[in-house]
Design a protein around this ligand. Structure first.
Ligand code: ADP
Ligand code: MG
Length: 931
């Protein structure tokens, strides 16, 4: 049967809709090959005539029968297209209140905007150690974490969990739960070998778990990073303004150590916020103390906290949050003294923002009053020279050959200079904290330290929580960097999905032709290649008279012919368009050069670096990552600089002179631009990710009003397109999108078989039974039209629907041997290995993997002894949960029972008819014989 033959009268299809994006309908007449029109009756009753061009290639997407709706894994749908993905997510989310769904190797997570009771320790236990987490249990972020953890434990391979999605979609929440899952299962492992680390045990995850020190510290890093790196935006009350990759290394299933890398902190927020947005949470937390010694009071008294005219967050107490932050500081070993030092800098930043800069004697100059309260408060706190700061905030030094000129700043220039120092100081604090966290997450015991050289051998699970693709009304440098990062991540994703597809076909011995996918390499080259956008930007930044508009002109001259570069035909002239994989985005060039240079005048830097407080001086000198006095295991105590400070200060200006050097020697910057450093850090990240086995979580923000369990189809489709879920579907659909094991396939279509085989096929006969089903399609070879069976009114798929499908595809989880392509089934060659997909083979595969290399495997690779205990506990809890769910099951079974009864009745009627026919035949034969 050809594809067009599926479009018979009564076939259910999807039509594009302006409001709902897709609307269901039924063909009023069958489609004839070559016909130019198709008539569809929509669910609303409206009859619509579609024009069909392109020799039937633009026929509307087909709908699956309702019984298939709401599958755990979308790849088990017979027809896999955008409309079906959306429809299934909608039904699962709105009707079943299920927020997670697998789409092949991707876990799609919809933000419920409401607490859902699916994250407690009983649920962790249910997933922990589950042998077939992808198909035995509901899709869940814990399922992904378990797959990663298990894969790492058994095969010793590094894993990464990549969480992406737009702002407010739930990345940080899901990353947090992933982290908690890993900490919890690791703590169970620790407890089972009777080696609970000292100092921990806050029991944060409940009675069953007592975290060891390292687990406590990993969990404590979250509130700190969120206090200093998150802020309220219009999209999310707790929006992360930096990217984060945390790597947790395991030894014998216990956490050995961890490290965190951060990406591109949004520094501009320190000095300015958009309407109804806030600065970083920590400032408001600090103001809640109204500490007189720091000169702190209500946040509306500070310029830097008033840009968005928003000082509070609904349902959040900044005072309570401060105590959470401080508790986390203690857990990480930060002393009260060091904490006080950090708070002093933060308070000084706020006072600096209140420094009033007014016009000077000429229009080209500016000045600050000697009695400015902001200035004196900032200088008192930082212990720096007030007169020096007052002078160099409004002047700059120009060094030419053999002479020095002092030039006044205009008011705007002086404000910029002041803000640059504030941003610089905040970035220093943030990176110092990241360094502190990394220090605290290092190995502690002597024995562990001895193994440090071997640390790279320990397998790890990395969790990446990074900003998703962004399109605003006005898109600037930040959006450009974020979208560039997403372009790189998407490429990794494509390559991985694509590679995986090919691997499956090879291992299943499927005869296939090369699958094409949209490679976004040309777009990446447009951005990062020589004479690409970033290169030209850096060139322009080096020019004395460089400007945003000059850069735009150069781009137009050099890149105008690129398919991925464009300029707006109407509207703003200071924009350029990049055709990203998700969507074209128009960027406004204004501010690109300044943000890319991120320059701080050296005269000002030298003043803050000359602080009388040793800690501040070193912190602002880039090498000031004083090892915190109380940090566990610190050898030198307070005041000792690290040997490699540069590593901690990746994205701040590290090459300025030290506080002792005279200012005039250091007028030139020899530092990297922000874009260049970002490019480098992305390259490193991609390099790390490419050496791991990736798992993908795509978070979707279902509506902009943050309404609980509400789905705006337009917004959902936008994000599904942007985060690559539909690209996965497209890549899969180009190959064999739907996959079943023989068992599953047989269960789904067995009703098509007339004989008793349909009811009693044993494992050994499964393959023959599947072949028989496919042969019903009367294909000359092993090809059959299995999918058309699904479009019939009574699709036989009871058990398959209940059982769901295998989860994320990983090469060693042998995929089922039967694949559907564009609705057609292609059966595997007869000599292909028969895998019965289910817990058995999957388990065997895992154990096989572990047994394969007993010599090479260290004890870290062997299944840990606590597994059995965990498994038993999990089974018990699962049973309990199932018992609780009995009403739910009864409802489900009610429908299935009805269907089964209906089918049995139909079978009986047909058998009776057959028997009657046979009797009639016998009668006729007898009468013929008598004649
Ligand atoms: N699984 C979830 N359950 C309940 N609420 C959630 C969940 N995921 C996200 N949220 C809500 O959405 C908000 C934004 O989520 P967050 O993870 O901060 O978004 P992102 O990191 O993608 O910007 C959270 O503060 C929380 O209120
Ligand atoms: Mg976040």
């Amino acid at each position: 049967m050809s594809l067009v033959e599926l479009y018979s009268k009564g076939t259910r299809v999807w039509l594009p809709d302006t409001l709902e994006i897709w609307q269901g309908g039924v063909l009023t007449a069958g489609y004839q090959e070559g016909a130019k029109e198709l008539t569809v009756t929509l669910e609303s009753g409206e009859v619509r005539t579609l024009r069909i061009r392109d020799a039937g290639r633009d026929l509307p997407p087909l709908r699956n029968p309702d019984i298939l709706t709401g599958e755990n894994n979308l790849t088990s749908l017979s027809y896999l297209n955008e409309a079906e993905v959306l429809h299934n997510l909608r039904i699962r989310f709105l009707e079943r209140r299920t927020i997670y769904t697998y789409c092949g190797i991707v876990l799609v997570a919809l933000n419920p905007y409401q607490d859902v009771p699916i994250y407690d320790d009983t649920v962790i236990l249910a997933y922990s150690g589950c042998e077939d987490v992808g198909s035995a249990l509901e899709p869940h972020v814990f399922g992904v974490a378990e797959q990663a953890f298990n894969h790492m434990s058994v095969f010793g391979q590094n894993q990464s969990i990549i969480v992406s999605g737009e702002s407010g979609s739930g990345k940080t929440v899901n990353a947090r739960y992933t982290l908690r899952y890993l900490a919890t299962v690791a703590s169970a492992a620790t407890a089972s070998v009777g080696d609970v680390g000292g100092g921990g045990g806050n029991g944060g995850a409940g009675d069953d778990f007592h975290y060891s020190q390292i687990e406590d510290r990993i969990l404590a890093s979250n509130p700190i990073l969120e206090a200093f790196g998150n802020a309220k935006t219009t999209r999310n009350d707790n929006s992360s303004r930096f990217g984060k990759y945390i790597q947790i290394a395991f030894a014998a299933s216990q956490i050995s150590h961890a490290s965190i890398r951060t990406y591109l902190l949004e520094k501009s927020r320190v000095v300015t916020q958009a309407s109804n947005e806030r600065n970083y949470h920590i400032f408001y937390q600090l103001c809640s103390t109204e500490d007189a010694s720091l000169g702190l009071s209500s946040p509306d008294n500070f310029q830097y906290l008033s840009g968005g005219q928003c000082w509070t967050v609904d349902n959040v107490s900044d005072a309570d949050e401060l105590s959470v932050t401080r508790t986390a500081f203690r857990t990480l070993g930060l002393t009260e003294d060091d904490e006080w030092s950090l708070f002093t800098i933060l308070a000084a930043i706020l006072h600096l923002g209140n420094v009033s800069i007014h016009p000077g004697e000429s229009s080209e100059s500016s000045a600050i009053a000697a009695s400015d309260p902001g200035l004196s408060a900032a200088c008192d706190l930082l212990k720096i020279d007030q007169e020096q700061l007052r002078t160099w905030l409004v002047h700059r030094r120009i060094v030419t050959v053999g002479e020095q000129l002092i030039k006044p700043f205009t008011v705007d220039e002086a404000v910029n200079a002041r803000d640059a120092v504030a941003k610089f100081m905040y970035a220093c604090v943030f990176h110092w904290l990241v360094a502190l966290i990394n220090k605290a997450l290092e190995r502690r015991s002597q024995q562990q330290k001895q193994k440090t050289e071997l640390s790279h051998c320990l397998p790890f699970v990395g969790i990446l929580d990074i900003y998703g693709f962004e399109i605003f009304q006005v898109n600037s440098f930040e959006q450009f960097c974020i979208n560039y990062a997403n372009e790189k991540l998407q490429q990794q994703f494509n390559i991985h999905v694509f590679k995986l597809e090919q691997q499956i076909y090879v291992s299943e011995e499927i005869d296939w032709s090369f699958i094409e996918f949209t490679d976004n390499q040309p777009c990446i080259e447009l951005i990062e290649a020589k004479l690409g956008i970033l290169d030209l930007l850096d060139e322009e930044c080096k020019m004395v008279r460089g400007s945003d508009s000059n850069w735009l002109q150069k781009m137009q001259r050099t890149l105008g012919k690129s398919r991925h570069y464009d300029t707006p035909k109407i509207g703003s002239r200071d924009c350029f368009i990049v055709r990203h994989f998700a969507e074209p985005v128009a960027y406004t060039v204004h501010g690109f050069l300044e943000k890319n240079r991120d320059a701080v005048y050296e005269d000002l830097l030298s003043i803050v670096r000359a602080s009388e407080v040793d800690f501040f001086s070193r912190l602002f000198s880039g090498g000031g990552v004083a090892e915190p006095a109380g940090a566990a295991g610190s050898a030198g105590g307070r005041g000792r600089a690290t040997s490699n400070p540069g590593a901690y200060f990746k994205d701040i200006a590290p090459t300025g002179r030290s506080a002792q050097q005279p200012p005039q020697q250091q007028q030139k910057f020899s530092r990297q631009t922000v874009a260049n450093q970002f490019k480098q850090s992305l390259t490193d990240l991609m390099d790390t990710l490419s050496k791991t086995n990736p798992h993908f979580i795509r978070c979707i923000k279902p509506n902009d009003a943050k309404a609980p369990f509400d789905l705006d189809s337009r917004r959902a489709v936008e994000q599904l397109r942007a985060c690559g879920v539909l690209e996965t579907v497209r890549i899969s659909a180009a190959g064999f999108p739907s996959r079943w094991g023989y068992e599953e396939f047989y269960q789904r279509y067995r009703m098509l078989l007339r004989e008793r085989l349909a009811l009693s096929a044993k494992a050994a006969q499964l393959k023959a039974a599947c072949v028989a089903i496919l042969e019903l399609g009367k294909w000359p070879t092993w090809r059959g039209c299995a999918a058309s069976a699904c479009t019939g009114p009574a699709s036989p798929c009871s058990a398959a629907t209940e059982a769901g499908c295998s989860g994320a595809a990983t090469p060693e989880f042998a995929w089922p041997c039967c694949s559907l392509r564009h609705g057609r089934a292609e059966f595997l060659r007869d000599d292909a290995p028969l895998h019965c997909v289910g817990a058995g083979p999957l388990c065997a595969c895992r154990l096989g993997g572990a047994e394969c290399a007993p010599g090479a495997a260290s004890n870290e690779r062997a299944p840990p002894p606590h597994f059995r205990r965990r498994r038993a506990k999990r089974q018990l809890l699962q049973l309990r949960a199932e018992a609780r769910d009995v009403a739910n099951l009864r409802n489900k079974n009610f429908g299935l029972e009805n269907r089964l009864i209906e089918l049995h009745q139909r079978l009986d009627a047909q058998n009776a008819e057959l028997e009657a026919g046979k009797a009639k035949q016998r009668q006729l034969e007898v009468s013929l014989h008598c004649c």
